[in-house]
Every structure is written in C-alpha cells, then in structure tokens.
Design a protein around this ligand. Structure first.
Ligand code: BG6
Ligand code: MG
Length: 216
C-alpha cells in the first residue's frame, strides 16, 4: 500500500457528460462524408486528440484528405461540438463528481486536470468546478496524445507530487494506458470489460471514497 497525495482527473466522460457530444459531432461529420461508425469504434476515439481522432475516422471511411482539408474538417467538428456544449450546466456533471472533488479537497489531496481537450477550461467554467483544481493540463499544453503519459506527468510535476503518489481517474482505454505508462495508479470509470488494465473500475464517481484511493 502506498500513500496517495494527488488525484489527476480526465474531464470528458469522467467529470462531465461530454463524451456523448464528441461522439455525436464526429458521427455527424462521418455521415456527411458518406459513412458511419459504431459506439464500439468510438471507444478508440476517447482520450485522443482532435486531429488524431479525425485521422482515425478518415481511415475507417477509407478517405484521403490534404492537411488543409483535415484542418477545416476538425474545425467544423469543433464548431458543432461548441454549439452542443454552449448551454452546458452544472447539472451535466456526472454523478458524484462535485462531491468527490469536495471530499479530496477536505482531505488535503491535490487535484489536477489531465485532459486532451482544448475546450477543457470552457467546460470547467460552465460547470462551476474550476476552483477545485490546483493544476490544469489540457490539450493546448501537450505535444503527445494519450496513451503517452505526458499530460499526467506534467500534471504531477505542476503539483510537485511523485507519479507513484498519484491516482488517475479515466474513462478511456488510451487514458488508462497513459496513467500506467506514467507509473501511476488508475481508476477506470465505466465498463470493466473495456477498461481491463485499470487497478479498479467503478461505474461512476458516486461509488468512490478516499479510503479506496489508498487501497489500490
Ligand atoms: C478528450 C476526448 O477528452 O478530448 C476526445 O475524450 C477528444 O474524444 C479530445 O477528441 C480532444 O477534445 P477537443 O475538445 O480538443 O476537441
Ligand atoms: Mg475521457
């Protein structure tokens, strides 16, 4: 057993119910390009950057685009996504999010965000949870997409906590791999069958307590 001093949270699909909007916006783009993809395929998009997601989707559709077109298509998807989250409210926080953040704060455990999204700050503000974070690392600050551990290693560094004393909370396979590659423990939010490598998988943050962190 080791002492946990920090929690690093993914955002989309962990704290806020935004993973569904990414899926809807990408699907709309794929449909416009003349093909579709499934919810199972969508698991592969979770946690990875906007451009990498688009490149994967184009591969699935067997479509080749120039870099300029790729840039335009990713902008189009992001415009739709921003429309979808324009009116997002604190009530779209996932069950237990705010309560668990508060519990960590009350126990003096440091909190960081480790998200691939370039829209993370907008969402933290709209859902009124930005003040919980001691450090925020988002898609504007990293070079390498999850499963590379960069986003979480920067977070640990900003908090001044050793990776071994951090727990990552993730809903994406790529994010679970990133945490393990960074020598951190990881709690999966979602399906045990999908997030096989996580140290613990729970259905939502409503099931989490401080005691579980130190027993990983
Ligand atoms: C991750 C999502 O949090 O952020 C991915 O899981 C998304 O689906 C990625 O592609 C990048 O998000 P954004 O908001 O910068 O397009
Ligand atoms: Mg996620």
């Amino acid at each position: 057993m080791r002492e946990i001093n920090a929690c690093l949270f993914d955002l989309d699909g962990v704290l806020v119910d935004t993973a569904i909007y990414h899926y809807k916006a990408w699907r709309r783009l794929a449909n416009e390009l003349g093909f579709d993809f499934t919810e199972k395929d969508n698991e592969k998009l979770k946690g990875i950057s906007r451009i990498q997601s688009l490149k994967l989707i184009l591969e699935w559709g067997g479509i080749k685009k120039t870099s300029k077109e790729i840039e335009e298509l990713s902008q189009k998807k992001n415009d739709w996504y921003l429309e979808m989250i324009a009116d997002i409210q604190p009530n779209e926080l996932l069950p237990g999010s705010r309560e668990f953040l508060q519990e960590l704060k009350d126990h003096g455990i440091k909190i960081a965000l480790g998200s691939a999204s370039k829209n993370a700050i907008i969402i933290l503000d709209k859902t009124n949870i930005r003040h919980f974070f001691d450090a925020i690392v988002d898609g504007n600050m990293v070079q390498a997409s999850k499963p590379d551990p960069e986003v979480f290693l920067i977070g640990a560094k900003l908090l001044n906590i050793q990776p071994q004393q951090c727990v990552v909370i993730e809903d994406a396979v790529a994010g679970v791999e990133a945490a393990l590659a960074g020598n951190m423990k990881v709690i999966g939010i979602g399906d045990k069958g999908v997030l096989k490598e996580a140290n613990l998988v729970v259905a939502s943050l409503a099931e989490m307590s401080i005691d579980q962190l130190n027993s990983l």
